[in-house]
Write a protein that binds this ligand. Sequence first.
Ligand SMILES: [Zn+2]
Ligand SMILES: [Zn+2]
Length: 229
Amino acid sequence: MHLEILGTRGEIEESAPWHYRHSGVLVDGRLLLDLGEREYLDLHPKLVAITHLHPDHAFFVTQEGSTDIPLYAPEEYHNQVQVQALPEQLTRDGYVIRPLPTHHSKLVRSAALVVHDDSRTICYTGDIIWLNKEYHGFLKGLDLVITDGSYIRKGGMVRKDPGTGQLYGHTGIPDLIRLFSEFTNRILFVHFGSWFFKDIADAREKIRALGEENGVDAQATRDGEEVVV
Ligand SMILES: [Zn+2]
Ligand SMILES: [Zn+2]
């Protein structure tokens, strides 16, 4: 599997030259995971699977744009674009894509996407607080996890809706490394929050060191980075 990390910037004001574009991971030049920028459509993926309908993962929620490329997300959506709901398992173009429901937002459904081809399995979480234990069985033997770099502090930023008790926000990088180190040796971070832009070299080193403490290879990525799995 050949991956291109198209964008590594979260939904924030800050940016830097290698961390400018919003979420997108291109798999083998033909399967796109998240559509955070309209220009990603110019890469002509055969299929787009979106983790959740926030604008930094699905540009069309707040911007103009249309396409004939099939779009899938955890829930359907129709305006200029037509988004179909992801089935429990989607088999297409040599990939099996399985969305695993995650906790992240009060308003939209979210899912981690487990993508499997003949020989490799990766998981791209999108924004995440947690993934219920009942789904952990689908994470066994992952070759790679790509996940949420919004917060470096343990626990991240998680809030609770006083009415429904529902949690929303993002967990922290230390929590994600602990969770996914059970299932993989390699974790890449995207979707950086403000903390990352204060001192990028130091931020990269913090992620690497947290990985080392947990016996996994953890790295920050940058826009345009190519990854072979
Ligand atoms: Zn986001
Ligand atoms: Zn989000």
